[in-house]
Design a protein around this ligand. Structure first.
Ligand code: MG
Length: 303
């Protein structure tokens, strides 16, 4: 393997068949395409407290569960002009330390039967608390159990670890809206969580939706990333959607790809070394990335 690897330039559109060898199939845009109940049942929309410009209603119909993380409930509330509309888009849970949740928003959703879960403990952030809530929701549902008493300091974590053993094999796709963006320390912590959660709770598949892109993890091994066609996530068809392969974990990564403007072979990437940014997705219905370690990917969203 050469230190630099090789790069191949591709045309605007390339047909990429699923790999023959064992691979991870990733459908990052299921939050825009899932239609059947069993497809969308385990799609979770998690709304956090940053401005977003995405059309919530367009995502909502493809997700089986909606959780607001603290002030994310304010964002949800404010995105509608009247209570009648708000009632059509009720989250299932509002979770967090509630340093941001407005009283009128809390009162409204509480009166509509939304489960409000205060978690005042400061050893995890609102995003992590919301993740616990999602795991417990599906685990309790599978066991046919009601919610037990939740201590309002760190109850979700205690129930998850002590009663559920801290693991689940229910495959859950979490689409986290506006978690990344805003404060840089929080954004870096979210990327840190992206890597850590895949190690500790591999049943979770986490996707961050920003105003410009979708950010997710490609897993060590062969990944087949697939979608019905590129217009699902990029309406502007004048050029292929932009993307990046970002080695933000603690190891350097060797990459092989098929389906990008600049495909790479035996290409070593690491921070303080070479990084594939401003690449483009040319795979018509998907692309393949083989990586020696987990690696962060972002794809342009233009909806
Ligand atoms: Mg908070």
């Amino acid at each position: 393997m050469s230190e630099q690897g090789e790069v191949f330039e591709r045309p605007d559109t390339v047909a990429v068949d699923p790999p023959l060898k064992r691979h991870h199939t990733i459908e990052p845009f299921a939050f825009l395409t899932s239609v059947k109940e069993n497809e969308k049942k385990h799609n979770v929309l998690l709304i956090s407290n940053q401005p977003f410009k995405i059309n919530l209603k367009a995502i909502w119909v493809h997700c089986g569960l909606v959780v607001c993380s603290d002030g994310g409930a304010n964002r949800l509330f404010d995105s509608f002009s009247n209570d009648q509309e708000r009632e059509d888009y009720l989250p299932s849970y509002i979770v967090g330390d509630f340093d941001s949740l407005r009283d009128n928003v809390k009162d409204f959703y509480q009166s509509k039967g939304v489960k409000i879960i205060p978690q005042y403990g400061q050893y995890s952030n609102d995003f992590q608390k919301s993740i616990r809530c999602v795991q417990l929701h599906f685990s309790l549902l599978e066991q046919g159990r009601q919610w037990p008493y939740i201590d309002d300091d760190d109850g979700l974590k205690e129930i998850w670890e002590n009663e559920m053993g801290g693991t689940s094999d229910i495959q859950i796709h979490i689409y986290a809206l506006s978690v990344i963006g805003g404060r840089f320390d929080q954004s870096v912590q979210s990327i840190n969580q992206l890597y850590i959660l895949h190690q500790t709770e591999p049943n979770l598949h986490l996707f961050f939706i920003t105003n410009d892109d979708l950010i997710f993890l490609l897993y060590k091994g062969v990944n087949y990333v697939t979608y019905p066609d590129r217009t699902v996530f990029c309406k502007d068809t004048s050029s292929p959607p932009l993307c990046g392969l970002l080695p933000l974990g603690n190891k350097s990564v060797v990459l092989n790809s098929f389906g990008f403007r600049y495909d790479i072979k035996n290409w070593l990437t690491e921070m303080m070394g070479q990084v594939s940014s401003s690449n483009r997705v040319v795979g018509e219905k998907g692309f393949i990335v083989e990586c020696s370690e987990d690696i962060t990917m972002n794809i342009e969203l233009n909806l």
